[in-house]
Every structure is written in structure tokens, then in C-alpha cells.
Unconditional design. Structure first.
Length: 165
């Protein structure tokens, strides 16, 4: 990902949220999401590492971000997939699989043997995607507030093959 990708990544993130979380989060919250505000946040946070884009014909169609796990209840040194979104027009085209493979390879190259992620409990499509990628629920469950509603999430885990030198 480059700084020039921030606007396109914001478009992927906002449209991804609006598609994936319709019916799972308050619609007023999803409708109020702003590509411009998200792009500004992307630019502000740019350079922290672990951000990848998927492109087709020169256009950004997917985005993922990973890094060290933020969870305090897991062993040190584990990785976390913070986010993975494909533009709704590019679902089921291999964009998500390519981003997942790149994140796992990057985390493995960084020395991580395990990756975890959080997924909205009601997001059956995403849960199937992660399960096909080898992730399984680890039993952790949390809820967070979105637009005044509690949204339950489940944590998933999988091992990462060590990078071959």
C-alpha cells in the first residue's frame, strides 16, 4: 500500500462495511460512514506497516492489515489480522484469498507462528471465508458498541507455517 492508495482503500473499507454489516449494525451508522473521513484517517495512520492492497487493472479492489496481536490474553508474539475487505463488486473473485495468503506469508516472515482475528458473529459469509482459510473459533467472544448497538464478535485462530529461508 502506498500513500496514494488511501482514497481507494477508504472506498473499499466503507463500501465493504456497508455491504457486510447491513442488518448486523445500525443502518444509520452505516449510511453515515464517509469515504472522505476514512481516507483522512488512512493518511494519518499511514506507514505503520502491515497494510496491503489488491489491484485489478490498476484499481484497488481489496485491502488488508495485519500486525502483532493486540489481545492481552494471548501469548506474546502472535499475529492478528486486523482487517480484510474486498470491494463488494469483487467478492468471490479471489481478491480475499490473495490478501489472506499475503498476510499469512508476511506474518510468517516476521516470525509469527499463530494468527488470530475477530469477526462479527452474525457475518456468516466472513466466517465461512475464514474457516475455509483454516481459522477456527478459539472460544473468545466480545461485544463492542457501534452506533448505540452492541455487536458481538468471535475470535478465530490458525497456525502459520514458518517462512522458508
Amino acid at each position: 500500500m502506498t500513500l496514494d492508495d488511501c482514497d481507494a482503500v477508504a472506498e473499499v473499507r466503507v463500501r465493504g462495511w456497508q455491504f457486510a454489516y447491513a442488518g448486523l449494525m445500525p443502518q444509520t451508522y452505516l449510511d453515515a460512514m464517509s469515504v472522505a473521513r476514512d481516507a483522512a484517517r488512512r493518511r494519518e495512520r499511514f506507514g505503520r506497516g502491515g497494510e496491503l492492497v489488491a489491484e485489478r487493472s490498476g484499481a484497488v479492489v481489496g485491502w488488508a492489515c495485519h500486525g502483532p496481536s493486540r489481545d492481552r490474553d494471548v501469548p506474546p508474539g502472535e499475529a492478528e489480522l486486523y482487517a480484510l475487505y474486498a470491494h463488494p463488486d469483487h467478492l468471490s473473485t479471489g481478491v480475499g484469498r490473495a490478501l489472506m495468503a499475503a498476510c499469512l506469508a508476511g506474518a510468517g516472515a516476521a516470525g509469527h507462528a499463530v494468527m488470530r482475528l475477530w469477526v462479527v458473529e452474525g457475518n456468516a459469509r466472513a466466517r465461512r471465508f475464514y474457516e475455509r482459510a483454516g481459522f477456527t473459533p478459539d472460544g473468545a467472544r466480545e461485544a463492542y458498541e457501534v452506533g448505540g448497538a452492541q455487536v458481538p464478535e468471535l475470535r478465530y485462530v490458525r497456525g502459520i507455517r514458518p517462512a522458508v529461508p
